[in-house]
Design a protein around this ligand. Structure first.
Ligand code: ADP
Ligand code: MN
Ligand code: MN
Ligand code: MN
Length: 398
């Protein structure tokens, strides 16, 4: 199991903070005398459900696992990630489930049921064993699984299926900022830290804040089987990045949401909050983006297709359509400073980190590869961003 690798390493599981240890699990079992969902050792893999089995005869046992059902709520202007636990017999057949939409800005109180449809599952690296994380999309209780208005995944799947033959692939760079007691992690109680400069990819106690959390999150993503491809400290103290990809249009978005869930969940164990705000600190401090790298089979084979994709993103009406779907705070973040192009201007260029879309120098050298759309904000909905880019570029390349 992915979890058991950590147990007995001497320092406990790196995916767990100080508030959630094996010891506290065991004490809990001893205090209550109940071991439902926990084995006698607290370790994974041997969780017997001590209740009457299918025939109702006492003493029968069935295996049980915990499935954490995760969904994106309807809060405006930015949704929250929500989750709750379902105890099920196995992870092969994940049932649909429901929740109270009136508590998540997804339904009125007098007609509150919303439906959770499992769309992507993976091992739960925090609980370990056979437990799973289950990403869901939200549907209406109309018997036809009509996507809820807050469900942006359904439209993403539709566009992906239309252009799947072009093999669209994404790598998303998710930037974020840790917060503790109302200020970025590592910042002094009053005033500001030393100006930006030494923090990007920094090393050392003055340059870095939150590395333990980042390491635990990275390991959790790997143990969950996500396509995490790297991490780095960012330009502002307390700000970090992880990358997901390269994987297809829908998988990239599913995995960014799952990796965000794990980020919030792991940071919670450290008593720290992670924020995807686009401009967490006003003034001369870096914003947080979600650079979105993209290619199709044709782009990976030749440079003409790379240029076609760039031109398509700049075509009449397209820059405004894309900016509108790239998250909240473009006006504050995309100012032309801090390695951005202005939100109301579009250009593309080789190696140009001041452009809307960058063609990496290696891509120009190889005359094939991918492009980087630098405009999406850290708080963007990846289902919307990967849908827009797939639609615009694949339509032009068809
Ligand atoms: P940067 O130099 O902009 O910081 P990163 O290394 O942070 O770039 O991120 C680059 C991302 O691009 C990674 O997620 C990587 O998986 C992704 N990527 C690499 N090749 C491709 C490709 N052909 N198509 C789409 N994404 C790609
Ligand atoms: Mn990067
Ligand atoms: Mn970055
Ligand atoms: Mn980048």
């Amino acid at each position: 199991s992915p979890f058991s690798k950590h147990v007995g390493s001497g320092s406990g599981s790196p995916a767990m903070g100080p508030s959630f240890t094996l010891r506290s699990q065991l004490e809990n079992v001893q205090e209550t005398g109940i071991a439902v969902g926990l084995s006698s050792t607290g370790l994974a893999g041997d969780r017997l459900r001590n209740h009457a089995g299918p025939t109702g005869r006492p003493g029968e046992t069935t295996m049980a696992i915990r499935a954490e059902y995760i969904w994106i709520d309807g809060t405006e202007p930015l949704p929250y990630v929500r989750s709750k636990t379902k105890i099920i017999d196995d992870s092969e057949n994940l049932p649909i489930w429901g929740f109270d939409g009136s508590s998540t800005n997804q339904a009125p109180g007098d007609n509150s049921d919303c439906v959770l449809r499992p769309v992507f599952s993976c091992p739960d690296p925090i609980r370990g064993g056979d437990d799973v994380l289950v990403l869901c999309d939200v549907c209406l209780p109309d018997g036809e699984m009509t996507p809820h208005p807050s469900n942006s995944r359904a439209a993403c799947v539709e566009v992906y299926e239309k252009y799947a033959d072009q093999e669209p692939v994404f790598g998303i760079e998710q930037e974020y900022t840790f917060f503790l007691e109302g200020r970025p992690l590592g910042w002094p109680v009053e005033g500001y830290p030393a100006p930006q400069g030494p923090y990007y990819c920094g090393v050392g106690a003055i340059e870095i804040a939150g590395r333990d959390i980042v390491e635990a999150h990275t390991k959790a993503c790997m143990d969950a089987g996500l396509a995490i491809s790297g991490t780095n400290a960012e330009v502002m103290l307390g700000q970090w990045e992880f990358q997901i990809g390269p994987v297809n249009t829908v998988a990239a978005a599913d995995q960014v949401w799952m990796a965000r869930y794990l980020l919030y969940r792991v940071a919670e164990n450290f008593g720290v909050d992670a924020s995807v705000a686009a401009k967490p600190i006003k003034g001369d401090w870096n914003g947080a983006g979600a650079h979105t790298n993209f290619s199709t089979n044709a782009m990976r084979e030749g440079y003409d297709a790379v240029i076609t994709a760039c031109e398509a993103l700049g075509a009449e009406g397209k820059p405004a359509e894309h900016i509108a779907g790239y998250g909240l705070g473009s006006e504050e973040r995309l100012t032309g400073a801090h390695e951005t192009q202005r939100y109301d201007q579009f250009n593309y260029g080789v190696s140009d980190r001041g452009a809307s879309v960058r063609i990496p120098w290696q891509v120009h050298l190889d005359q094939k590869g991918y492009i980087e759309d630098r405009r999406p904000n850290a708080n963007m909905d990846p289902y919307v961003v990967t849908r827009l880019i797939t639609n615009t570029c694949c339509e032009a390349l068809a």
